[in-house]
Design a protein around this ligand. Structure first.
Ligand SMILES: [Zn+2]
Length: 259
């Protein structure tokens, strides 16, 4: 028997139930969250494998591609290989959903002026307004990030509590880009500092923090947790998660459930 098959068998023996749909459906596959597509050369971090039923493993297949592509929009440290991967990913997503290309577009000069003004920012010296890289995105990206976020936080909950979020559980997910005004919000910065769990994100002793990083804190009673995740320099997701959705009192109409 090959080592991969052996690994799968022993992994599923230790983790017999899917962690994404309430913890009672038998797991049949190993899911990688975040998916390999998020990482340079598909080198994903160790310890981010999760037990999944077939349906949950496939549930965010398309959304993951959209979100992984979106995570690469900030290109300041891109290598040639990254750029090639990026172009291949755009082609793949656009083939599946041609509207995606119109969902993300650069801001025009007037919109950039307004963007800078609203945030009290100055145009950097020597850069023309239309060359400031700010993109606008629509519903495809928004919906994809939210659906992907559900899966991501169900996985991180499982990793750090050792249990699947039950059907009664809920998550409140907020996301922001590196251009969101919320990024400088003092309340957010204070909250971030209370998240004192900082797990290593490593593959073969290489740190992958510049591609995916997060902080978290769990309640002492083990019934809730908070996470703040960041992908490259592009966007972040914030999540409050609890085993009973009634424990999340803020914004109850936007509470997400397990799959
Ligand atoms: Zn499932």
């Amino acid at each position: 028997m090959g080592t991969r098959r052996q690994h799968k068998q022993s992994f599923l023996k230790e983790n017999p139930f899917c962690c994404f749909c309430g913890g009672t459906t038998p797991a049949e596959e190993i899911d990688h969250v975040p998916g390999r597509v998020f990482f340079r050369d598909r080198q994903w971090p160790e310890g981010y494998e999760f037990p999944a039923c077939i349906e949950c493993n496939r549930a965010t297949r398309y959304e993951e591609k959209v979100v992984a592509l979106f995570s690469r929009f900030n290109s300041s440290d891109n290598t040639d290989a990254d750029n090639t991967e990026f172009e291949r990913m755009i082609d793949e997503v656009a083939r599946h959903d041609p509207e995606f290309i119109t969902d993300i577009r650069p801001l025009c000069a007037n919109e950039i002026r307004r963007f800078l003004k609203e945030r009290g920012m100055e145009r950097p010296a020597g850069v023309s307004t239309s060359d400031i890289p700010v993109v606008k995105f629509g519903d495809i990206v928004n919906k994809s990030v939210r659906k992907f976020g559900r899966k991501l936080f169900l996985a991180l909950w499982f990793k750090h509590t050792g249990t699947s979020l039950p059907k009664s559980g809920g998550m409140r997910i907020v996301w922001m880009t590196n251009a969101s005004p919320a990024i400088d919000d003092p309340a957010l910065i204070t909250m971030f500092q209370t998240l004192n769990g900082i797990p290593p994100i490593i593959k073969n002793s290489h740190h992958l923090h510049n591609q995916f990083t997060y902080r978290y804190v769990a309640t002492s009673t083990g019934d809730g947790a908070g996470f703040f995740v960041w992908f490259r320099q592009s966007f972040g997701l914030l999540c409050t998660i609890a085993i009973n959705k009634s424990m999340i009192q803020h914004d109850p109409e936007n509470i997400e459930a397990p799959f």
